[in-house]
Design a protein around this ligand. Structure first.
Ligand code: GLY
Length: 400
């Protein structure tokens, strides 16, 4: 080779060397998510035939697991279903089935309204991906059990039995349990469940909301007259404050009720809750709220990633029901939440956080329980938000 060409050759090689793409593909959020859940699945494997086999949170950095009668028992298997939805990998489906079926006996439990959460997130999600008459019957039986908590004079499903403070407490979270009732009517053709859900949603719409479209946490009803006896909080800052997760439950619940009924009152109400959340003066720039919208804002005020994740998932759905400009606002807001939650400020590094995905949620600040920790439902709604983001971006054809 002539020296002139040799020099040119060397320069080209140096240039190619500089611009060569890294051979290692950077890990996506979904890759890291799967690695986290591989580890979490492995960590609980020794407990799988015991009483407390479902991961819920951490205490002093150590994994805390719960049994099937804990209200959060469905969220780990439900996250496995979301991972299956996101990846279509058989491994996640097999694991989801394994842990979903541990909840079988909950279908007969009449002692808690949260059977709706537990069974719809698991068996209900499963039915998006599999036809199963057995799972259908589980949903209908759970609806039968949940319906025993309906108090017809008040028109609501009673939330808790365990407190002496209230006669018939109804928490805003209870809106989430209605999804299972709608599902049961679709499966069985029995409108009883649908009618109970509509009655509960209507009564909640009438009594649970304030002028500014924020919601109380707990309302106490007289089951004979239907009169509202008290308006309180359990997990919020005060009776009159806006507990962050409660606002997210309401947003998600009324959006879902619109999907199931087509009743425009629910859609209008969901829009109002979305406006409250999106325009709140105390909302930090990264869109992850403090644990209560009325909590004094400071660097040390705990955030609630779970409230943000629930709201993001709800807003992706709400965006599909709204006009162009509003839809874009909801989608952008949800995107901002997902971006924040996917950042190292909230998304744990592999091996940290007991391999839950998200850090910085709050269970109950007034009880000083689960403050600034991972929570299995924060992970679940974050994964659902990722799934809904993918399904509603206009280009996703792989709908299930
Ligand atoms: N449903 C209970 C909670 O949101 O903490």
């Amino acid at each position: 080779m002539k020296p002139r060409f040799a020099l040119l050759f060397i320069m080209i090689m140096i240039w190619m060397g500089c611009t060569e793409k890294p051979t290692k593909t950077p890990q996506t959020t979904l890759d890291v998510t799967q690695a986290h859940y591989d580890s979490l699945y492995a960590a609980i494997a020794p407990l799988k035939n015991g009483k407390k086999m479902m991961p819920r949170t951490t205490r002093n950095g150590k994994l805390v697991t719960v049994g099937i009668y804990d209200w959060t028992s469905g969220f780990f298997p439900a996250s496995l279903w979301n991972l299956y939805g996101l990846t279509k990998k058989k491994k996640w489906k097999d694991r989801a089935v394994e842990y979903t079926e541990k909840l079988d006996s909950i279908q007969y439990w009449e002692g808690n309204h949260d059977v709706g959460f537990i069974m719809e997130c698991t068996y209900g999600n499963a039915l998006k991906y599999t036809d199963s008459p057995v799972y259908d019957s589980v949903i209908v039986q759970t609806a039968r059990s949940l319906s025993t908590r309906f108090r017809p004079q008040a028109g609501v499903l009673q939330s808790w039995d365990w407190s002496k403070k209230w006669d018939c407490p109804v928490i805003i979270d209870n809106m989430m349990n209605l999804e299972l009732l709608f599902h049961a009517t679709r499966i069985s053709g029995d409108s009883t469940y649908y009618n109970i859900a509509v009655s509960h949603a209507d009564t909640t719409l009438k009594n649970h909301y304030r002028e500014d479209n924020s919601s109380y946490h707990v309302l106490d009803y007289d089951t004979e007259t239907g009169k509202v006896l008290q308006k309180n909080t359990h997990q919020g800052l005060s009776d009159n404050s806006a507990w962050a997760r409660g606002q997210a439950w309401g947003l998600y619940g009324f959006t879902m009720c619109y999907r199931e009924t087509g009743d425009s009152r629910y859609l209008e109400h969901a829009q109002k809750i979305a406006d409250f959340i999106q325009n709140h003066p105390n909302l930090p720039k990264d869109k992850i709220p403090y644990w209560d919208y009325d909590a004094p804002a400071s660097e040390n005020t705990p955030r609630d990633a779970s409230a943000a994740a629930i709201a993001a998932s709800a807003l992706y759905e709400l965006s599909t029901f709204t006009e162009n400009e509003k839809a874009q606002i909801h989608r952008n807001f949800a995107d901002q939440i997902v971006t924040s939650l996917s950042s190292p400020a909230y998304f744990a590094a592999l091996g940290d956080n007991a391999d839950f995905l998200l850090m910085h949620s709050v269970g109950s600040k007034p009880h000083d329980v689960e403050v600034d920790v991972p929570l299995n439902y924060a992970d679940y709604y974050f994964l659902e938000a990722l799934l809904r983001k993918k399904e509603t971006d206009g280009s996703e054809k792989d709908k299930h």
